[in-house]
Design a protein around this ligand. Sequence first.
Ligand code: ATP
Length: 255
Amino acid sequence: MRSANEQNPPVAIFVTNAVVAYREDVALRGVSLAVPRGEWLGILGPNGAGKTTLLTVVNGLGRLLRGRACVLGRDISRGCPAALRRRIGYVPQGLRIDPRMPISVRDVVRLGACGRVGLLRRPRPADERLVDFWIERVGLGALAGRPIGHLSGGEQQRAALARALVQEPEILLLDEPTTGLDRVSREEILELIRSAHRERGMTTLMVTHAHRKAAALCDRVVLMKEGRLWAEGPAAALLREEVLDRLYGAEGDGG
Ligand code: ATP
């Protein structure tokens, strides 16, 4: 029988010496990272640093060439079982949906419930209530029946977040969740993530280029460059102009 610690380990994510390559492009060059349960970790760094690739290692979609990844007590280095993937919510960078796709906002959000109950099983009334709850909470109540492709980029981003939260994940992976949003939407989405993170005690990993927001929200940050962890520590200590100038080569985006 597995001990309580194995089922509920204090470290939610444990990555050791991860190497990932896309053919000849090496995206991660030996990354090691431990994320305690309940932490909100910011992941920052220049374009192409490997931030998205690191998220794919955690959600089991990235293939490790070398190294090891353990998530919620399971070794996923050789693949992530569907049951574990359901415990991990993923909000990718931009949904890029064809406007002719005949699926509604509600259908998209309901996919998160399918993640929970299994693709071929019907969501129960309780799942439908959860779908309604999150559609309202992300501010899409009036648009629930509209084709997803007819929504603006910011509205699609809200739908993607609702889909992930309907899944009631223990780990939430966010890839630039506020990129392309106007100021008001950005604040609203981040506030929503903040309250969901707290209420549900999730472990949240957020890739972002918004340094000031990350400094205000994240418990800890890792800075990545050229496929490596360049620095890690408390947000307030690392997200300072002189550090960011060195990371980006004096072209940091202070967003
Ligand atoms: P950004 O801030 O631009 O989103 P990132 O830090 O998230 O960048 P990744 O998307 O992880 O970076 O990419 C890391 C490296 O891997 C880049 O050099 C990129 O070109 C390469 N890469 C990413 N995905 C693929 C892919 N599917 N096929 C080939 N190369 C890829």
